[in-house]
Design a protein around this ligand. Structure first.
Ligand SMILES: [Fe+2]
Length: 522
C-alpha cells in the first residue's frame, strides 16, 4: 500500500491546523467610520465545500489525476480546520474499486463538514478584541456569499456588503498542476471556469443591530443579525456609498465591469479572438483579459430598512467606460470626517486592447445576459483599440463632466485624489496616477502623472519619471496629509502569535520565520 501511496504522489503531511498563514476570506476594502467612536468594519466569510469543489465531477475526465488531487488538497486545506492525515489515509487505505472516486468523495465529505457557508460582519474599535455578528436573511437562513466580498461600504446607519464579480473557486486556488502539459491545463481551466454572476447581490445590515457582538477570542456565543438582500442587474467589483442616508435611503455608486473575468489571467496557450487566432505575446502572460462588453456606471438609491430599490440610473460611454476599475475622490474633510455625499468621483478605465481580447474570454461571454454592444463589434473595436480613460463622474446628474483619454498604448492605474486649498472641495485637488507604456527608445516605461482635478481634459500638469521607477501593474493607493510615528498602543506580538504553529513545521519554515519575518516586528 505504501507503494501505491507513493505512486499517487499524495502529500502525506497535510495538516491545515499547523499552516502558519491560514486562508481567511475577508474584504480587500474594509470600511471606516471616522465619526464618533471611529470604528472599522470588515467581514469574514466562508464558502461551502460544494461551492469550492463544484467542478470536481469533471475531474474524472482528466487522465493525470494524482497531481491534480495533490494540488486540490493542498489548496483546500488552507480553508479548513481539519487534520487531513487520518481522513485521507483512511480513504486511501479503504479504497476498493476506484481510488479517484473514493478520494473525491472523501474530500467532499471532509470539507462538507468543515467548510460551511457563513458571513460575519466584523467590527474593531482599534483597541480591544474584534467583535462579530453572523448574518442571516429575514427567513433565518445564513447569508451565502457565492463569489467574493471584494468591497464593503459603511453609511451613517448601515453596513453594505456586495457579492462581487471576482470568482474565488478551485480555478483560482490550484496552482498550475500540469506544468509540462499545457493541453491538460487548458482543458482543466475550461472545465472549472465559469463567468461571474451577471447580477450583484447586496446585503444591508442595520448598524443599530450591531450591539454586544460575539468576541471569538473569548466567547463562542453566536450573535445573529438580519441582513436585507437586494439584487441589482449587472456585475461589479468596486462601489462607493454616500455616508449620509436621509430617511434611511442609501446611495450606491457602482462601476459595473461587464463581461469581464477579473480573477482570470492570460495563459501561455491563449490565442487571439480574431482570425488567424495567433498566440498571445509572451510578455502578456499573467495579464488581465479584456472586457467583452462596455462597462456601465450605476447610481442606486435603496431603502435600508426594506431593501427596496427606489431609484436606478445607469450610463455608459463608448470611449470612457471600457472596464472602469479604480476610483479616487475626496474621502476625508479637513475635520477628519467623511463627506456626507459624494459630489464628484474620479474613475479610471482599462480601455480595450487588441492583444487582450482572447478567444477564451470571448467564448466565456458568448451569451452574456446584459449585452449592450454585439460581441462581433466589441472584437472589432478591440482590433483598433480603445484608450484608457481618466474621467470625473458627477453622480447627481450621472454625467461625465470631465475626462482625459490616454494615448493609444498607454495604461493608467492607481489614481489618487490629493486635496488643495482648504481641502473641502471635491474637485479642487490633484489626481495622481500610475501610467505604463512602451517608449520607443526606452522600452517599457513607468511614470507618475499629475492632473489638475478641475481640468482633466487639459492633460497632465506634469509627468514624473526615473529610469529606476518600475512598478508594473498597480492597484489601490492611499494618501496621508502628513506622516508621523504610529501612536496606537494596540499590539499583538507577531512571534508570540505565530510560534506555536511555526514550531510544528519543517526546519526551513522555522528558519524563514526566525530570519526573515520576526526581525521586522520587534
Ligand atoms: Fe479593489
Amino acid at each position: 500500500m505504501a507503494g501505491e501511496l507513493d505512486q499517487l504522489k499524495i502529500p502525506i503531511i497535510i495538516n491545515a491546523n499547523k499552516f502558519p498563514c491560514k486562508s481567511i476570506l475577508s474584504t480587500a476594502h474594509p470600511a471606516f467610520d471616522y465619526s464618533g467612536e471611529g470604528k472599522m468594519f470588515t467581514v469574514n466569510y466562508g464558502r461551502s465545500a460544494a461551492s469550492f469543489i463544484e467542478g470536481i465531477q469533471w475531474v474524472y475526465e482528466i487522465e493525470e489525476i494524482p497531481p491534480l488531487i495533490e494540488e486540490i488538497l493542498v489548496a483546500l486545506t488552507g480553508f479548513c480546520q481539519t487534520d487531513l492525515i487520518k481522513d485521507i489515509s483512511r480513504a486511501v487505505f479503504g479504497f476498493s474499486r476506484d481510488i479517484v472516486e473514493n478520494l473525491m468523495s472523501c474530500i467532499g465529505s471532509i470539507f462538507g463538514k468543515e467548510l460551511e457557508d457563513f458571513t460575519y460582519v466584523v467590527c474593531w474599535d482599534g483597541v480591544g478584541e474584534l467583535e462579530r455578528w453572523k448574518l442571516v436573511l429575514p427567513d433565518g437562513r445564513p447569508v451565502k456569499i457565492e463569489q467574493t466580498i471584494h468591497q464593503i461600504g459603511v453609511t451613517k446607519d448601515y453596513v453594505v456588503l456586495m457579492d462581487t464579480a471576482f470568482i474565488m473557486g478551485l480555478e483560482q486556488v490550484i496552482n498550475n498542476p500540469f506544468p509540462k502539459n499545457q493541453k491538460l491545463e487548458q482543458h482543466l481551466r475550461k472545465l472549472l471556469e465559469r463567468p461571474p454572476l451577471p447580477d450583484s447581490n447586496i446585503y444591508i445590515v442595520r448598524r443599530a443591530d450591531l450591539k454586544a457582538g460575539q468576541r471569538p477570542a473569548s466567547s463562542n456565543k453566536e450573535v445573529e443579525v438580519v441582513a436585507q438582500k437586494v439584487v441589482i442587474p449587472l456585475e461589479a467589483a468596486h462601489f462607493l456609498v454616500d455616508y449620509d442616508n436621509p430617511n434611511g435611503n442609501i446611495t450606491l455608486h457602482v462601476a459595473h465591469l461587464c463581461g469581464m473575468q477579473v480573477a482570470e489571467w492570460l495563459r501561455k496557450y491563449d490565442i487571439s479572438a480574431s482570425q488567424p487566432h495567433k498566440p498571445v505575446p509572451d510578455y502578456l502572460h499573467g495579464m488581465e483579459h479584456d472586457e467583452t462588453d462596455i462597462g456601465r456606471m450605476g447610481r442606486y438609491i435603496i431603502h435600508g430598512e426594506t431593501g427596496q430599490l427606489i431609484e436606478s440610473q445607469v450610463i455608459s460611454d463608448i470611449n470612457a467606460t471600457w472596464a472602469v476599475d479604480l476610483y479616487a475622490y475626496l474621502d476625508r474633510l479637513p475635520t477628519g470626517l467623511t463627506p456626507g455625499k459624494l459630489e464628484n468621483v474620479y474613475w479610471s478605465s482599462f480601455g480595450l486592447w487588441r492583444d487582450l481580447m482572447t478567444k477564451y474570454i470571448v467564448d466565456l461571454y458568448d451569451d452574456y445576459k446584459y449585452r449592450l454592444i454585439p460581441l462581433s463589434e466589441v472584437i472589432r473595436l478591440a482590433q483598433k483599440g480603445k484608450p484608457a480613460c481618466l474621467f470625473r463622474l458627477h453622480p447627481k446628474s450621472m454625467v461625465i463632466a470631465d475626462r482625459y483619454e490616454f494615448p493609444c498604448g498607454y495604461m493608467t492605474l492607481s489614481s489618487q485624489f490629493i486635496p488643495r486649498g482648504d481641502g473641502e472641495s471635491s474637485t479642487n485637488g490633484y489626481i495622481v496616477c500610475a501610467v505604463c507604456f512602451e517608449d520607443k527608445k526606452l522600452g517599457p516605461t513607468n511614470q507618475i502623472w499629475i492632473f489638475n482635478g478641475n481640468k482633466l481634459s487639459d492633460g497632465p500638469l506634469c509627468k514624473l519619471h526615473n529610469s529606476k521607477l518600475k512598478f508594473g501593474f498597480t492597484l489601490h493607493t492611499a494618501w496621508l496629509r502628513q506622516i508621523s510615528e504610529r501612536q496606537a498602543s494596540y499590539k499583538i506580538p507577531v512571534e508570540q502569535d505565530y510560534q506555536e504553529l511555526v514550531d510544528q513545521n519543517n526546519p526551513e519554515i522555522r528558519k524563514l520565520f526566525k530570519d526573515e519575518v520576526y526581525p521586522h516586528f520587534h
